[in-house]
Every structure is written in structure tokens, then in C-alpha cells.
Design a protein around this ligand. Structure first.
Ligand SMILES: [Zn+2]
Length: 457
């Protein structure tokens, strides 16, 4: 029995883990590498295994860094089944199709600039082919028999809609091992999702360490800060630009805005624009999956109400509608991607609003080193957008408590609930975070896999 790590080994993207037992091969996640050029190029390299030899793919959740290489896996010969929750399948469809579209666009752009051999990593047809590979959905807590001697149980991970930790039980030569994959683990207090289900005991744990080195601020403090920032901008008369991630964060913000309007901390007539086709699709999918949300939120949906409904909410799917927002000079809240301002519509909104002192920009998520979001957060006096130098005169707010990832203390609690595993593999974290986290674990052998490393179990 073996386990090998083909992504997220010493960094936070590209999750892809392979378990081999009794001659069968089980893949857990098949995510995209994201970040600088080097990581980006890793996506084109060999997987480190033969895609056509994989029997089944278990998918923890629909973030691109966990599902983004599935169309490539299928393109290169994978013909087994993909198993995940119903909500994950719906979200993964949106994410993979969007990704295919971006790869096609990139190849087209490179061809236009003289690279005649430019080919997309995969295209829309590959993404559509992957959709045919999804099997019946997994329900939380109900074991799924993969074949004699292998079964998988999905547990709510509370990270994004439908996200799961997966317990894999595999038998080889009459010896059964319980291998627990954390997936990405959410924090305890989320507005829409249940807290992560405590894991079952396991012999082997493979766990994420994104925030293995720090804790987050409390959610209610951050929500209050968010409401204050929005109202402050409204009082000054300018627009509010919120760079946002399309999955989960955008829906959480709509939910917080609705709460603020109902409580009277935000004026209910404020116009809110969700200017992101993917976030709009995801919002519609949330309404279809009350089973994946907190009881109090699913109750809102089941009673026919809408947890994301605001009096003046506008979905701007078309590019022309998005461009029309550039003419609005005051009183609008515009939510657009990408969250780190590395691309997408938000860059146009920043170009039109950053220079105005009555406007505000509210950052509500993680901003990696070197991204435009980080440059603005760190206090740049002017930034370059579409070839122009744009002075930063808008008021900048950074709200830190909206993480979709558990903090260090919550990760430690989660690991403790898995009993005393023989071995713990730490993945999905920057080197510093996973080393600091490793220092806090007791009574387990700690492994820190590097890319393509294989271990005997
Ligand atoms: Zn994730």
C-alpha cells in the first residue's frame, strides 16, 4: 500500500494525492497549480502517474486548486468515476468550464502575439467530457463502497458549499488502513455553512496547514468592521469596490449586507452590483443546495425566502452591463473578481474609482505577495492599471476575519479529534506554516512530503 503526493506538497495549490492498494488506484483531488510562472508551468508537466490507470477520483471540494486539472486528467486518458457531493459537482462544473474558457482565451492571445504553437491546457470540450465522469453523489456520513476492500466516507469540512473531508478505508492482504484526507477545513464560525464535522479516528491523516501558523480574528468583529466601512463610504458619497472571490465569499458578503440592511447599519436603498458571472452562477447554486448549509440558512431557503436578496441588488452578467458601471459616480457597492485583483473586471472598477477620495476599496480576503491587492493594501501611492498610473486616493479597508480556512487552534482541535494517528502527512501550506504547525503536534509521526514523493503505508 502506498501514498504519493502530486501537488500541494510544500505550497497551497495543485492538490493531488494517490493511494495505491491491492492493485487499485484511488486519486484524491486533481487541482490546478496557481501562482507564479513556475507553478503555472507545472500544470503542463506529467501528473507523476498514468491517468488511464486511475480507478476512481474522490473530490473534496470545487476550488480550482482542488478540481482544476480534472479536464486535463480526462483529456490524458482517465476514464474512471468521479465521486463528490452534489453541491461540489454543481460548483465544479462552473469552475472547470470557466477555467477552460480562460485557457482558451490565453492560447488565443498567445497565438495573436506570434506563438503559433500555443495550445490551451484544455478546452471546453475536455471540461464537458469530465462532467460525464461524475457518478452518483456522496452524502455526508454515508460510506460509499468503491469495490471489495475499499470504501470512502465524506464528512462536512465547512470550507465552501459541499466541501468534504474524506475517510478512505482500504484493505490489502487482510490489513485495513483508515486514511483521512482533511481537504480544506473551514473555521468554526461561518455565516452560511455548518462548522466542520469532527473527523473520525484514523491510522493515517493527510491534512492541510494553510493557516498552521496563525489564528484569525473573530467573525462578528469583522462583520461589524465591514458594515462600518460600507456605511462610512455611503456617508462620504462615493462608490465602494469590493474585490471578491466568486465562491462562498461573494455569497457571504451578500448575506452580511442583507443583515446590515435589516439591522439598519446599512441604508437599505444602497445599490449593490454583483459583477462576476461566476459569482452569479454560484449564488444561484447556493439556493439549490439548502442541504449543504446551516439549518438556519436552509430554513430561510426552504420557506421560500432568499438569504441573498437585497432591495437594490443587480446581477451584471454581460460585459456591456459591467462597463456601464464605470459611469456610476456615487453610492454603489460593486463586488467583482478577482479577489486578489490579478485579473478580471475588478481592475476596470479600480481604474475608475481608485483616484477618487470619496470612494472606498474594501479587501475581504487573502492577498498573496506581489498581487495588486497586496500592493494597494501595503499603501502604494499609485498603481499601474492598463498602462496608466492611477493615484490611490480612495479609502482602503482591510477586513481580516472572513477566512474560509480554519486557524491554527482549530486545525489542532481537528487533528486531536482524529485520535492518535500513526502518521500525519502535512500538505497544502507554505513551508513556514507547515513547519510551525508540525511543532505543535504530538504522538504522531510527522511527514512533510515534497512533490511526487511516495511513501509505503
Ligand atoms: Zn479550498
Amino acid at each position: 500500500m502506498h501514498i504519493s503526493f502530486h501537488g500541494a506538497a510544500g505550497e497551497v495549490t495543485g492538490s493531488c494525492h494517490l493511494v495505491t492498494a491491492a492493485g487499485r488506484r484511488i486519486l484524491v483531488d486533481c487541482g490546478m497549480f496557481q501562482g507564479g510562472h513556475e507553478l503555472h508551468e507545472l500544470n503542463r508537466a506529467d501528473f507523476g502517474f498514468e491517468p488511464d490507470e486511475i480507478d476512481v477520483l474522490l473530490l473534496t471540494h470545487a476550488h480550482l486548486d482542488h478540481c482544476g486539472r480534472i479536464p486535463l486528467l480526462v483529456k490524458r486518458g482517465f476514464h474512471g468515476q468521479i465521486i463528490c457531493t452534489d453541491a461540489t459537482r454543481d460548483l465544479a462544473r462552473v469552475v472547470m468550464l470557466d477555467s477552460a474558457h480562460l485557457h482558451e482565451e490565453e492560447a488565443r492571445r498567445r497565438k495573436h502575439h506570434g506563438d503559433r504553437d500555443a495550445e490551451p491546457l484544455y478546452d471546453t470540450m475536455d471540461a464537458l467530457d469530465s462532467l460525464d465522469r461524475f457518478g452518483p453523489p456522496a452524502d455526508f456520513g454515508k460510506p460509499i463502497r468503491l469495490w471489495d476492500g475499499a470504501r470512502a466516507t465524506f464528512h462536512d469540512a465547512g470550507h465552501i458549499l459541499g466541501s468534504a473531508s474524506i475517510l478512505l478505508e482500504v484493505t490489502e492482504n487482510d490489513r485495513t488502513r483508515r486514511i483521512l484526507f482533511s481537504g480544506d477545513i473551514g473555521p468554526q464560525d461561518r455565516p452560511l455553512l455548518n462548522p466542520p464535522a469532527p473527523p473520525t479516528t484514523a491510522d493515517i491523516v493527510v491534512m492541510e496547514t494553510t493557516y498552521g501558523d496563525r489564528d484569525h480574528r473573530a467573525l462578528d468583529t469583522s462583520v461589524a468592521e465591514f458594515h462600518e466601512a460600507v456605511q462610512d463610504a455611503a456617508d462620504r458619497g462615493g462608490n465602494v469596490i469590493i474585490p471578491t472571490f466568486a465562491l462562498e465569499r461573494a455569497q457571504e458578503l451578500l448575506f452580511f449586507l442583507r443583515e446590515g440592511m435589516e439591522a439598519g447599519t446599512i441604508h437599505p436603498a444602497t445599490r449593490v452590483f454583483l459583477d462576476s458571472p461566476m459569482a452569479i452562477s454560484a449564488t444561484q447554486l447556493f439556493r439549490r443546495h439548502p442541504e449543504a448549509m446551516k439549518p438556519e440558512v436552509s430554513e430561510i431557503i426552504r420557506s421560500g425566502r432568499d438569504p441573498f436578496k437585497l432591495p437594490e441588488l443587480h446581477f451584471t452578467r454581460d460585459a456591456s452591463e459591467s462597463m456601464a458601471l464605470n459611469r456610476i459616480r456615487s453610492g454603489a457597492i460593486i463586488m467583482a473578481g478577482s479577489g486578489m485583483c490579478t485579473g478580471g473586471r475588478v481592475r476596470h472598477h479600480l481604474r475608475h474609482n481608485l483616484a477618487h477620495s470619496d470612494c472606498s476599496v474594501i479587501f475581504v480576503g487573502f492577498a498573496a505577495e506581489g498581487t495588486l491587492a497586496r500592493i494597494i493594501i501595503d499603501g502604494a501611492r499609485s498603481v499601474k492599471l492598463f498602462g496608466d498610473h492611477v493615484p490611490v486616493r480612495a479609502r482602503i479597508h482591510t477586513i481580516n476575519g472572513f477566512s474560509a480556512h480554519a486557524g491554527r487552534r482549530e486545525l489542532l482541535d481537528w487533528h486531536r479529534a482524529a485520535g492518535t494517528p500513526d502518521r500525519t502527512f502535512l500538505n497544502h501550506g507554505e513551508e513556514d506554516a507547515r513547519h510551525k504547525f508540525a511543532g505543535a503536534l504530538k504522538d504522531t509521526k510527522i511527514e512533510m512530503p515534497t512533490l511526487h514523493q511516495t511513501y509505503s503505508l
